[in-house]
Design a protein around this ligand. Structure first.
Ligand SMILES: [Cu+2]
Length: 273
């Protein structure tokens, strides 16, 4: 076993040597490129890389990129220009506004550039960004969850489906760059399954299926709200019969897993504030 891992290590070394060996007259520089996540990383690197000529390695935590390129064939400016055209600002080039606007919401990093918002859509983020209290970004997202929970308490599958649809819309509307680092980390972890569960609830009018999907959804919602500063307390409640939790803005137990049959079954396990 030991020799195998040695061979592996040697092979890895060879591969990495080959990689840099392919770039002749190699020059290495470090530059700052704005971005948020894994998706950003792959787009930054893909747009910057040119086989045997330029290689980009971007670090998510520091936003620093290592550029290795053949100085006889290209330069830093050319690489950064390609990256800007893919939507990512650097100190030398700003991404075109329309390209930036088309990035997925999770990739819309906070720009240093002062953007001119001349559209008159529903985007008032540029006006309120600074004054908004922490936590309110997720407000409509939270509200959709609580509406959904209330619909399940009422055993109203039709409303639950509509509310779950609102929740998926609210997920899309959340601007990742306005979340705190901690919120963003949890968000990236839970958002895919949270979105899947919400979509599943939206798609069906079968209350049993809706309640089943609501279990995991509530757990993810809890993970998310735990990291947020909340304007009003949120109660994390538990149903022993279903071994499942849910969140509520009221301390009174109204069980979403049974509706009227076992409405008051359950207890508060944690109060988030
Ligand atoms: Cu992203």
């Amino acid at each position: 076993m030991k020799s195998i891992s040695k061979i592996m290590a040697v092979m890895m070394l060879l591969v990495s040597l080959l990689y840099t060996a392919q770039i002749k007259n190699a020059k290495t520089e470090t530059v700052k490129i704005s971005g948020n996540c894994d998706m950003c990383k792959s787009k930054i690197e893909k747009s910057g890389n040119v086989k045997n000529v330029a290689r980009v390695n971007w670090d998510e935590a520091s936003n620093m990129a290592t550029l290795t390129y053949d100085a006889s064939k290209t330069n830093q400016q050319e690489i950064l220009k390609r990256i800007a055209n893919a939507g990512y600002d650097s100190e030398s080039f700003y991404a075109p506004d329309d390209v930036y606007a088309k990035l997925p919401s999770c990739c819309q990093y906070k720009r240093n550039k002062t953007t001119t918002m001349d559209g008159h859509g529903h985007d008032h983020s540029s006006m309120t960004q600074e004054s908004k209290p922490v936590g309110s970004l997720l407000q409509s997202f939270q509200n959709s969850y609580f509406s959904l929970k209330n619909a399940l308490v009422q055993s109203d599958a039709k409303t639950a489906s509509a509310n779950a649809k609102e929740l998926t819309d609210a997920i899309t509307a959340v601007k990742m760059n306005e979340l705190s680092t901690e919120e963003h980390n949890v968000w990236m972890k839970v958002i895919k399954s949270l979105n899947n569960d919400a979509s599943a609830i939206a798609k069906t009018q079968d209350i049993k299926k809706q309640r089943e999907a609501f279990k995991a959804l509530s757990k993810n919602m809890y993970d998310l709200l735990k990291t947020s500063k909340l304007s009003t307390p949120v109660y994390y409640q538990y149903c022993p019969m279903q071994d499942a939790n849910w969140l509520s803005t009221e301390s009174t137990i109204k069980n979403p897993y049974y509706g009227s049959q076992m409405l008051t079954c359950g207890s508060i396990v944690e109060t988030l504030k």
